[in-house]
Design a protein around this ligand. Structure first.
Ligand SMILES: *[C@@H]1O[C@H](CO)[C@@H](O)[C@H](O)[C@H]1NC(C)=O
Ligand SMILES: *[C@@H]1O[C@H](CO)[C@@H](O)[C@H](O)[C@H]1NC(C)=O
Length: 369
């Protein structure tokens, strides 16, 4: 059971990475269909120039016969036809859907030339739908950094008439909801023109998107602004398009509500015995209950520090507390064997997570007869 949850969780995290996309600024769509007839000189040679005080996109799509299309923040392409993206510069960085790296895809390559870098994706499929961006890397000697002014991003849809949803290898995903942050049901679509609705399995009902508390973004999915326990359960999305008569149903999503708010770890400490004599063995356990995907690190401060060997065992596991709540138990156990005088005193465990740290302490003293 724990393994199953862990597996789903890691896959879910991967999915979240895939789905990450920046807020876009430019609202103009660059709808381009490879099959459309193109007039001569319709796509002018790319030159860096400012439009309304903003630098134009440095990200271009290579079309046939040495023509380029400067990509805006959304691009709709048909799946199947090789995608070639190019960015001008002698040193270019790229970002693309992360699974292209994870699965070491042979369809995918990036080549840096003297004056530009080219990203090639052969036979793109709806699953390749996502954010593609490039930026100029500025170097001063060995120190390099991203030029944030010369960064361009386009969310590319690989439209397919049979795949309305961006496919995902996981058929049952877990979505964690927290009281303090919006949650996303990641049913993304392969065309922004698709109409999508959100449905609960039991009892069967459609969840109305009001555009405020619940809204739909084709690049992200359904966004629940203030999740609550009432959204716990199994959900799915349904898509309707003008090209298909029957609606398509997405993967299932298990929504789980976590009550533990984001903050410094909640830690407790316990010694197997607080009164010991020379030669005894005891252990001290430091425990943190927290959010499933937040890693906790432990640091120990103890009387015999740097002077005597101790054993420290760290472990973490997920537990299901019922009613859709999953928490992570992180534990660090310090084992002190063959107790000496040096070991009496205060043992402090400091638990750290990205939100802060918490220290807890306990005393171990000499048992006097
Ligand atoms: C990825 O592909 C490259 C080239 O085909 C190969 O050298 C490398 O070992 C592969 N890595 C993994 C993790 O499969
Ligand atoms: C710690 O000590 C208790 C009591 O002696 C024992 O039950 C437990 O297994 C010990 N834990 C470890 C990790 O050694």
């Amino acid at each position: 059971m724990n393994f199953w949850v862990l597996l789903l969780l890691s896959v879910f995290l991967l999915e979240v990475q895939n789905g990450v996309s920046q807020e876009t600024k430019n609202k103009k769509d660059a709808n381009f269909r490879p099959g459309r007839k193109k007039g001569k000189g319709r796509y002018p040679k790319v030159k860096d120039k400012e439009v309304g005080g903003k630098l134009q996109s440095i990200l271009t799509q290579v079309l046939e016969k040495g023509r380029f299309l400067r990509l805006s923040d959304h691009t709709i392409l048909n799946s199947g036809k090789t995608l070639e993206l190019r960015c001008k510069g002698s040193k270019i960085g790229w970002a693309y859907p992360s699974y292209l790296d994870t699965f070491n895809d042979t369809r995918f390559s990036i080549e840096q030339n003297d004056k530009f870098s080219q990203l090639t994706l052969k036979s793109p499929s709806p699953a390749d739908t996502g954010e593609y961006s490039c930026w100029v890397i500025l170097c001063d000697g060995d120190e390099c950094e991203k030029d944030t002014d010369r960064t361009s991003t386009s969310y590319i849809y690989f439209t397919d008439k049979d795949e309305l949803f961006v496919p995902s290898p996981i058929h049952f995903e877990i979505v964690f909801m927290r009281p303090d942050i919006p949650a996303t049901v990641p049913c993304r679509v392969t065309s922004p023109k698709t109409t999508v609705s959100l449905h609960r399995e039991m009892p069967p009902e459609e969840i109305q998107a009001d555009g405020k508390l619940i809204s739909y973004n084709p690049t992200k999915g359904f966004i629940l602004q203030s999740p609550s326990l009432e959204y716990t359960g199994a959900f799915y999305c349904k898509a309707k398009s003008t090209t298909k008569t029957t609606p398509q149903v997405s993967n299932k999503y298990q929504l789980l509500y976590l009550e533990v708010p984001s903050g410094p770890p909640y830690a407790t400490i316990q010694a197997s015995s607080i009164l010991v004599t020379g030669g005894d063995l005891f252990n001290i356990t430091c425990t943190v209950l927290g959010e499933p995907e937040i890693d906790v690190k432990f640091i120990w401060t103890y009387p015999g520090q740097d002077q005597r060997p101790v054993i420290i065992q760290d472990s973490r596991r997920l537990i299901n507390r019922g009613v859709g709540q999953i928490v992570r138990i992180s534990q660090s156990v310090m084992i002190v064997d063959d107790v000496e005088t040096i070991d009496f005193g205060t043992y402090i465990c400091t638990a750290k997570n990205p939100h802060g740290e918490t220290s807890v302490a306990t005393q171990v003293n000499l048992l006097s007869h």
